[in-house]
Ligand binder design. Structure first.
Ligand code: UT7
Length: 370
């Protein structure tokens, strides 16, 4: 039987830090309110030249290095994001081009903060069915670009960052052992970004009404979140034929410390088995679980053979959870140089664009606007 081992991981966060004290100068809030209601002390904010794709690429390069596979070997790239580079093309295609992953199929998943769990499950299914030998799964966000910095209900919560996993086919029982993915679209307007789609196409009116910013009913999302985190964790642990005592580490979506503590209490899991880094990064949506995983590994909290639960929820409404048996990288044959591959991929991409233009000029298809 084939399993999808997680053999590489990497994270990337912007250098710029926005503290609660900085926010006190921007909106009517206080450090005390934000810490006591959310657990957040600071978050990272992308600089002008950082985007969802650029953070995704940085995280992916680190994951490739850990897993010892070259970009040219990657067969599938899935980017989960709520703040894509464009509506289309997919952010995953930009990542594919800039990494030089010339054999990979690439697409985005939009399941908001649950997106990384959805993507991990989809990539695992592709590997277990034999349609791909490996996959690159990324959660990446620049939520700072879609947050209304005058709305204290939302702007204190979110941050930017990216996390990536490499999955590879292996025969030993490891990787994702069970998963659940759920949705309740009746709660779509509890957390949404209404403007810019086909329902409210961009116009002067949508801009004036602030429809291109995140809107949220925090209290209702809070109630929903505590309920589904408990239920979905219990479901995946049962499906993996394990008990809560077998779970070494819980890595929840970092949306609110109070939501996490309430869920962990209801599950009767000691709090020291739960990874919490919301104080330093805020809510990075799809990136929060892989970033927390990278930190847990760096701190020696997640080791081969350990069982971990990933659990998340978000807009949609969507929610999901997975049980993963941790393994680690396969032995590598080569010295990996991901930054070198990235450099050549960028040159190749520029050359391809130039050649495409020359071809169009020669055959009379060229138009300066296209
Ligand atoms: O990835 C999923 C994303 N979303 C979430 O997970 C959000 C889930 N919800 C939450 O985390 C919490 O509901 C919030 C942190 C958003 C809000 O905390 P709360 O304890 O539910 O506060 P609340 O919405 O009940 O508001 C309490 C008060 C209100 O004032 P009034 O109406 O009682 O006078 C708010 O206007 O706190 C006020 N408030 C603030 N005060 C200072 C709301 N935001 C702020 C703020 N600073 N930033």
């Amino acid at each position: 039987m084939t399993y999808a081992h997680i053999t590489g991981w990497g994270m990337a966060v912007p250098e710029r830090v926005l503290t609660n004290q900085d926010l006190e100068k921007m909106v009517d809030t206080s450090d005390e309110w934000i810490i006591s209601r959310t657990g957040i002390k600071e978050r990272r904010i992308a600089s002008d030249n950082e985007t969802t794709a650029s953070l995704a690429i940085q995280a992916a390069l680190k994951a490739l290095k850990v897993s010892n596979i070259t970009p040219a070997e990657v067969e599938l790239i899935i980017v989960a994001t709520s703040s894509p580079e464009y509506i289309f093309p997919a952010t995953a295609s930009i990542v594919q081009d800039q990494l030089g992953a010339v054999r990979a199929g690439a697409f985005d998943i939009l399941a908001a903060c649950s997106g990384f769990i959805y993507a991990l499950n989809m990539a695992t299914q592709a590997i277990r069915s034999g349609s791909a030998q490996n996959a690159l799964v990324i959660g990446s966000e620049t939520l700072s670009r879609i947050v209304d910095w005058t709305d204290r209900n939302t702007c204190v919560l979110f941050g930017d960052g990216a996390g990536a996993f490499i999955l590879q086919a292996g025969e030993q029982r490891a990787g994702l052992l069970s998963a659940t993915m759920r949705s309740d679209g009746s709660g779509g307007d509890l957390l949404w970004l209404p403007g810019g789609g086909s329902r409210f196409p961009t116009s002067a009116d949508t801009v004036n009404q602030g429809l291109h910013f995140v809107k949220m009913n925090g209290r209702e999302v809070f109630r929903f979140a505590t309920r589904v985190m408990v239920k979905s964790t219990q479901e995946v642990v049962r499906k993996a034929q394990l008990s809560m005592d077998d779970i070494d580490v819980v890595i929840p979506h970092q949306a609110n410390k109070r939501i996490i503590e309430s869920a962990i209490r209801s599950l009767n899991i000691p709090m020291d088995r739960c990874v919490l880094n919301i104080d330093r990064f805020g809510n990075t949506s799809t990136a929060s679980i892989p970033i927390a995983t990278c930190e847990a590994i760096a701190e020696g909290r997640l080791n081969p053979g350990d069982h971990t639960v990933f659990v998340g929820f978000g807009a949609g409404l969507t929610w999901g959870a997975a049980v993963v048996r941790w393994s680690g990288p396969f032995p590598g044959l080569y010295v990996m140089r991901p930054p070198v591959y990235h450099f050549y991929a960028r040159i190749r991409s520029i050359l391809k664009r130039i050649l495409r233009k020359i071809d169009a000029i020669i055959w009379g298809r060229y138009h300066p606007d296209n």
